[in-house]
Unconditional design. Sequence first.
Length: 291
Amino acid sequence: MPASWLNELINGKHPRYAPKHGYKVVEVEWGPPVKYLLDHIPGALYVNTNTIESKPWWNKVSNTALAKVIANLGIRYDTTVILYARNNMSAARFANFLMYAGVKDVRLLNGGWTAWDNAGYPTEHLPNYNQHPVTFGKKIPANPQYLIDTNQVKALLKKPVNQQSVVSVRTWPEYIGETSGYDYIKPKGRIEGAKWGHAGSDSYHMQDYLNPDQTMKSGAEITAQWAQWNIKPNQDVAFFCGTGWRASEAFFFAHILGWKNISVYDGGWYQWSANKNNSIAEGTVAPASVH
């Protein structure tokens, strides 16, 4: 949703596609709320990604722990949740988890904090806390298909290449094995059979998907860059990156575009590459030769 829409909503107006069962605005960042306490969107709650991811692979925490985070935010399955971040990858990560849990209406602020700040809308610095934990209203996870594990990726890769896409949302140097992209991930390369889904300049940027103002590029542009690598909406598509953040943003864009059979490989390159029995490929490859 654009910043103008959220500003109207916060100010008690009724923009198009307004929430039907209440809403929560949540800022999602890694670590303590340092920047949040300096400035945030009025009414926004805060989620530290350390409460939704766990070591050693930075995968989703247990369903019980995730349910507790969701309850403490006052979110039910029918609550509209509007997420944003200083870099929307972290917000998209939580969006994927909320959709997995079963929240029916999850939205990202298009352009994240940058869009709100650029528009000059009001901010606040006092923290907000939900005072009324709620019951979710459904068994978690209601949509387990949105997160998959290593064995499910292997099963997917056995399908014909035109029926599935395991999509590497990583830089080209990461994809061809020049760098792992992370100081804490040593192995280089890609999952053998993975198609290149584009990303950005490094593991913290997504320029191939975003305009300079951090808003989402047009659906036509994103769809076209995927199509070059035979990544198409009628396939069973799983996105991965290093540990899930970039993959989650690509996943959410596919969701917005109406793609149905989509998921995030939670373990990503970090978990896959840690097991020497998992097949790995390196080197430059043309889209047509990915099998």
